[in-house]
Design a protein around this ligand. Structure first.
Ligand code: AMP
Ligand code: MG
Length: 403
């Protein structure tokens, strides 16, 4: 049911094309595990040990041979094994006092929790039936020695750091943070902190991109704002290409006489793509300045963020050496209806409630950035689709789009 405008490229085709042109641009370096959160692994990591390294007790209790319980008699306690101690073999016909996390002594095949025992002098009596292997955590049940724990291109989360520590890793090969030049075009832009003269607005996109790049753990090369002339735009793009691995611009990429980004790219490098069949975000462009890849986001702040999330971010991740996967999305139900269709695939700023019902923010103008502050995701309405209440839509949580 596609009724796309001529000359517009679908999001999927645009993204696949952009990604096919991008390769990893970052150098490999070594980083202590403790400092590696958010970094991207440059080499796969294989487990050098089992986790846990040996069978151990899941309970405070007694380690026994199941066969010794069959007679129903109290057993003498032959040793005490705390976590961290190396046990001796279990003497036949005895029980070993054992604590959670302590290694199972050779010969024991069962742990009985202490709540199912009674002390009788220096012996212990078992008050419930037991089964072989109960309450024993087997060596390697979490991770087996030799297994690939993480592939190259994985982003290191706090959980990943914990798992790598569990296999004894102290240092990791990661990619140096990508250097990303950020540039806003627009003669109307002023930095916060200055007074607004008539006709001026504060430069919000610069701060938006600074935050997004910082959250990705990339290095930003701040090039500030550039006025709307071709020479100024060219000079700023040349500087960006000289100082960074990747360039992000906002504004100046539409069809007006004051839009110079496209012409500057064509002069200094190559334009690979312009105009995508999405709303908001149609004027998005991409290409390179010299050899440096560039994503040119529209100036409207709502469009800038949405095209960043859907198009620029996967490119940045790939250039950083990260494996790019589809953002997590799930089906939700429309809590609204619409009698008009759109000719582009629309990404509505919506709030998804706990029942999986989405409602659009009341103003969907591409110039609105606050609409994204008060939404928790985007709902996709395919081109040409009428929305009826209760209709299934796909929802992209902002947290998954931007991480
Ligand atoms: P443009 O894509 O340059 O035509 O800009 C479209 C709209 O977005 C205009 O209303 C601009 O004033 C606004 N805009 C462009 N750049 C920024 C920016 N850095 N911060 C806030 N608004 C902007
Ligand atoms: Mg402009």
């Amino acid at each position: 049911m596609s009724c796309s405008q001529p000359g517009l490229i679908s999001l999927d085709v645009a993204l696949a094309d952009l990604l096919s042109r991008i390769q990893c641009l970052a150098e490999v370096e070594y980083c202590p595990l403790a400092d590696a959160v958010g970094r991207v692994l440059a080499e796969p990591i294989e487990a050098g040990v089992d986790v846990p390294p040996a069978d151990n007790s899941a309970m405070d209790g007694y380690a026994v041979r199941l066969a010794d319980l069959q007679r129903g008699e109290a057993l003498p306690v032959s040793q005490r094994i705390a976590a961290g101690a190396a046990p001796g073999p279990l003497e036949p016909g005895t029980a070993a006092r054992i604590f959670t996390g302590a290694e199972i002594p050779a010969g024991a095949d069962t742990v009985v929790m202490q709540e199912q025992t009674e002390s009788v002098g220096d012996r212990v009596m078992f008050t419930a039936s037991a089964s072989a292997g109960q309450n024993i955590r087997r060596a390697g049940q979490d991770i087996q020695k030799g297994r690939e724990v993480l592939a190259a291109g994985s982003r290191l989360t706090p959980v990943a750091l914990g798992v790598l520590a569990s296999v004894g890793i102290v240092e990791v090969a990661v990619y140096h943070p990508l250097r990303v030049a950020i540039l806003s075009t627009g003669s109307e832009l002023v930095q916060p902190g200055q007074l607004l003269a008539p006709g001026q607005i504060y430069n919000s996109n610069l701060y938006l991109l600074q935050g997004l790049i910082a959250e990705l753990g990339m290095e930003r090369v701040d090039l500030g704002a550039v006025v709307d002339t071709l020479p100024a735009t060219e000079a700023a793009l040349s500087r960006a290409a000289a100082e960074a691995d990747f360039i992000l611009t906002t504004g100046g990429v539409s069809v007006g006489e004051e839009d110079h980004v496209k012409a500057a790219i064509e002069k200094l490098g190559q334009l690979d793509l312009w105009k995508v069949n999405i709303k908001p975000g149609k004027p998005f462009a991409a290409g390179r300045v010299g050899d440096t890849p560039l994503c040119a986001l529209p100036g409207n702040p709502g469009s800038a963020l949405i095209t960043f999330a859907l198009l620029a971010l996967p490119c940045l991740r790939k250039a950083q050496g990260e494996q790019v996967s589809e953002p997590v999305s799930f089906p939700v139900s429309a809590g609204f209806s619409r009698s008009r269709t759109q000719s582009r695939d629309e990404y509505l700023r919506v709030e998804c409630d706990a029942e999986g019902v989405v409602r659009p923010y009341n103003n969907q103008s591409s110039g609105m950035l606050a609409s994204l502050l008060y939404s928790n995701g985007l709902a996709r309405v395919p081109a040409g689709t009428l929305v009826e209440e209760g209709q299934a839509l796909r929802f992209y949580p902002l947290t998954s789009l931007l991480r």
